[in-house]
Write a protein that binds this ligand. Structure first.
Ligand SMILES: *[C@@H]1O[C@H](CO)[C@@H](O)[C@H](O)[C@H]1NC(C)=O
Ligand SMILES: *[C@@H]1O[C@H](CO)[C@@H](O)[C@H](O)[C@H]1NC(C)=O
Ligand SMILES: *[C@@H]1O[C@H](CO)[C@@H](O)[C@H](O)[C@H]1NC(C)=O
Ligand SMILES: *[C@@H]1O[C@H](CO)[C@@H](O)[C@H](O)[C@H]1NC(C)=O
Length: 369
């Protein structure tokens, strides 16, 4: 999406505290969701840098520019990340590449020890991966608050351009049309919409306009560090959507302005409104159940990636990391046998925001991005 710096300035300017009102929130009632709903499965061509299909055990190439992300399970997933550590993500969203926990898709492999917590949730409308860790090991600059990747971007060719996403959660590999992936130096979240309904079409449930709001707001869930688990869950309310007491809904649109170029002419657009109220939390955190804890998701890459490489795009921190540990394979923190129980929506994070900006000004920005 956009450089986070400029958008953040606008956001801060419009920041206002919303009234917090703890209450129990009914779960999102989206009707009957179908995997065959329009906009779920992609029927388009695959990106040019990608293998034609997701595949495991491809050769490890830490300078790969492949952009096929697969999210199958707690220990078989990918994220997009910058090709090297020299620029903030906001500057290189279109050029990000896939990094995976396993050698797959001709993509780069996430070094062991990078991910220090991960949570995989399957819901009726989407699957969602949430991870904590040191993502300077996959191209992020230290302290980078990050940005957002999605299948649209400034040219509508995807961010990254030609980026594609699959999952086999349905029992077979499927290319999905709508997804969103937020990455910062310390946090990752990735949602793939695997089903849709009239009340939850995939562009709404995987909407990608809230790129300065961060993972916890856009993809509420469990971001606990040091825990690796897989849960079933309810589907969250669409990002930014706030049901009101009278049965209507209000929608938060992130405020930003920007420019784009059409036939050489610079155009400006406005999304949201400058005087709107910015909510401080997602409407609710969906319940999860049937959680199963995994001890680690290491892949042994230290023993399979050469500790020296001639690659010029390989970052120094990644090289330091991969050469500094030549022995033991897994240094992942392991979960101390917690949470195999269910969790229900936490009232504390529920936020009712009266008079939330109901912005009709989506305009060009909303359509393009
Ligand atoms: C690794 O990927 C880069 C970028 O696609 C490519 O130029 C290079 O040939 C690949 N190296 C190997 C060993 O396949
Ligand atoms: C791959 O990504 C490109 C760019 O976003 C998109 O046009 C195309 O439809 C995608 N193909 C598949 C199979 O998902
Ligand atoms: C998905 O792919 C993984 C390999 O990454 C495989 O182990 C698993 O059985 C597959 N799941 C389904 C449901 O096909
Ligand atoms: C349940 O949710 C609360 C609030 O989000 C969180 O603090 C707690 O760790 C969660 N418990 C489990 C078992 O996931």
């Amino acid at each position: 999406m956009f450089s986070r710096t400029s958008a953040t300035a606008a956001l801060v300017a419009s920041l206002a505290l919303a009234g917090v009102q703890a209450q129990s929130v009914p779960k999102f009632n989206f009707g009957t969701a179908s995997a065959d709903y329009p906009g779920v499965k992609s029927t388009q061509r695959n990106g040019p840098t990608n293998p034609s299909a997701p595949m495991l055990n491809t050769p490890i190439n830490q300078t790969s520019v492949a952009r096929l992300a697969t999210i199958n399970s707690i220990d078989d997933w990918c994220t997009f990340g910058p090709p090297s550590n020299d620029q903030p993500l906001g500057n290189v969203e279109g050029e990000t590449v896939a990094y995976c926990t396993k050698p797959r898709n001709n993509a780069r492999v996430i070094p062991d020890g990078t991910v220090t917590g991960a949570h995989f949730v399957k819901t009726p409308l989407y699957i969602q991966l949430m991870a904590t860790g040191d993502f300077t090991k996959i191209g992020m600059m230290p302290g980078d608050e990050g940005g957002e990747l999605d299948p649209h971007g400034a040219t509508n060719m995807g961010n990254p351009v030609g980026g594609n996403v699959t999952s086999n959660i349905s029992g077979e590999d499927v290319f999905y049309e709508e997804w969103m992936n937020y990455v910062s130096a310390t946090q990752i979240c990735f949602r793939i919409c695997i089903a849709g309904s009239d009340l939850a079409p995939t562009p709404l449930e995987c909407q990608h306009e809230l790129d300065v709001m961060g993972c916890n707001f856009v993809m509420p869930g469990n971001y606990a560090d040091g825990v690796f688990d897989t849960c079933d869950g309810d589907s969250a309310y669409p990002p930014g959507l706030y049901p009101q007491a009278d049965g209507s809904t209000s929608t938060f649109h992130q405020f930003f302005t920007g420019t784009y170029v059409v036939n050489g002419e610079v155009m400006t657009y406005t999304n949201g409104a400058a005087d709107q109220i910015t909510p401080t939390a997602a409407y609710s955190t969906p319940s999860t159940s049937n959680c199963k804890t995994t001890s680690t998701i290491s892949n042994g890459i230290r023993s399979i990636v050469p500790t020296t490489t001639s690659s010029s795009t390989m970052s120094s921190s990644t090289m330091t990391m991969s050469s500094s540990r030549s022995s033991a394979s897994s240094s992942q923190p392991t979960s101390s046998g917690s949470s195999s129980n269910s969790n229900s929506s936490s009232g504390a994070s529920n936020l009712a925001v009266p008079a939330l900006a109901m912005v009709a000004a989506g305009l060009v920005g909303a359509a393009l991005f």
